[in-house]
Design a protein around this ligand. Structure first.
Ligand SMILES: Cc1cc2nc3c(=O)[nH]c(=O)nc-3n(C[C@H](O)[C@H](O)[C@H](O)COP(=O)(O)OP(=O)(O)OC[C@H]3O[C@@H](n4cnc5c(N)ncnc54)[C@H](O)[C@@H]3O)c2cc1C
Length: 320
């Protein structure tokens, strides 16, 4: 964006938030689990829904494009970076309310979009509420989890979400029931390609009373399985590709002999072929080339077209 608009945006943001929460040319490798990609032109950490709406109003007045991210654990930022304003719902947007017992015997509790799935699943376990055990090892936020209908070990957000509150970029607040979220495998109304941009503010979960020890044991078991099967010490975005119907992307990639296949600083994990990891100074261009190569070979050898799960955002290097 041109300098005068950027200056006005920065000045406005500094009035609406803490100085340290606004960064220019923020390296997105620090805000994504893949640890690569170009800078965000302006990155702002948001700490309340009220401030968020004011910031959106400012961005709209200045006609600045807005992208909202959570923990950046399913995000591939291209090397040219993110134009406009990137809003991060993190620490300050992470209140988890105490559970409320409802007339139907189930419990509900609300969490702000920036709360991590680890935090909400631990809160549920603490209150001996069952349903969120699957989410304990997913490194994203509640907002990102709902957008992606994140899931693991037979559970997904769809099973536990009661309602979702969002704001449009115009500041109009909308509340969706679970059915209205149109959840399906790694899909929700919020990641439909031509859908209107909406930002998740908070989510209410519905859970059943359970046995605290059993809940914690399940969480420990899932964590152990992850440690054994996933390359958790290397930067990744989890599974790069969605599971094709009736198959596993990792198994198909392994069967094609692609474990260890490398482009620059990124490679197909030798531990879990569904993970493409950044094990050097990988770039987004390396990553996208490796993804395309894996897709090409898997299609050629098995006839299966792998669809990316990772969300690719931002501009090519030199595009601006
Ligand atoms: C080691 C590892 C293991 C993983 N395991 C799993 C797994 O088992 N199951 C699984 O499903 N995923 C898994 N993931 C992927 C990832 O953690 C999930 O997709 C998670 O839900 C992403 O949340 P996030 O906050 O990081 O979202 P981000 O990556 O920041 O964003 C993802 C998308 O959501 C949008 N978004 C984020 N927050 C909001 C908001 N508040 N409002 C509107 N849009 C928003 C972003 O614009 C983007 O399009 C794994 C990732 C890693 C690195």
């Amino acid at each position: 964006m041109e300098e005068s608009r950027k200056t006005e945006l920065l000045a406005g943001l500094r009035l609406l938030t803490r100085k340290k929460d606004v960064l220019e040319n923020a390296p997105m490798c620090r805000y994504t689990s893949l640890g690569l990609g170009g800078p965000a032109e302006v990155l702002c950490e948001v700490f309340s829904a009220e401030r968020l709406v004011k910031i959106l109003r400012l961005a709209r007045r200045l006609d600045v494009p807005v992208l909202v991210i959570g923990n950046g654990t399913n995000l591939l930022v291209r090397d040219g970076g993110l134009p406009g304003l990137t809003l991060r719902l993190g620490e300050g947007f992470s209140v988890v309310e105490p559970p409320v017992l409802r007339a139907d015997g189930r419990y509900t509790f609300a969490a702000q979009a920036g709360a991590t799935l680890v935090k909400v699943s631990n809160a549920a376990a603490e209150a001996a509420l069952t349903g969120l055990e699957f989410a304990a090892g997913i490194p994203g936020t509640v907002g990102g989890g709902v957008v992606m209908n994140a899931g693991a070990y037979g559970g997904e957000m769809k099973d536990v979400v009661r309602s979702v509150t969002c704001t449009t970029l115009l500041g109009e607040i909308r509340r969706y029931t679970c059915e209205e979220m149109h959840f399906s495998y790694r899909h929700s109304r919020l990641n439909e390609p031509d859908g209107e941009t909406e930002i998740v503010l908070d989510v209410t979960f519905a859970l059943a009373a359970g046995d605290g020890d059993a809940i914690r044991a399940a969480m420990r078991e899932y964590a152990a399985r992850r440690r054994e099967k996933q390359p958790l010490t290397l930067p990744s975005c989890g599974s790069t590709f969605k599971r094709p119907p009736g198959q596993f992307a990792g198994t198909l990639i392994e069967q094609c002999g692609l474990k260890g296949l490398r482009v620059g600083g990124v490679s197909v994990s030798t531990l879990h072929a569904g993970f493409l990891v950044n094990d050097g100074n990988g770039t987004a261009a390396d990553y996208l080339t490796l993804m395309a190569e894996v897709q090409r070979i898997v299609l050629e050898k098995t006839g299966v077209a792998l669809e990316p799960e990772v969300r690719v955002v931002g501009e090519e290097l030199g595009a601006a």
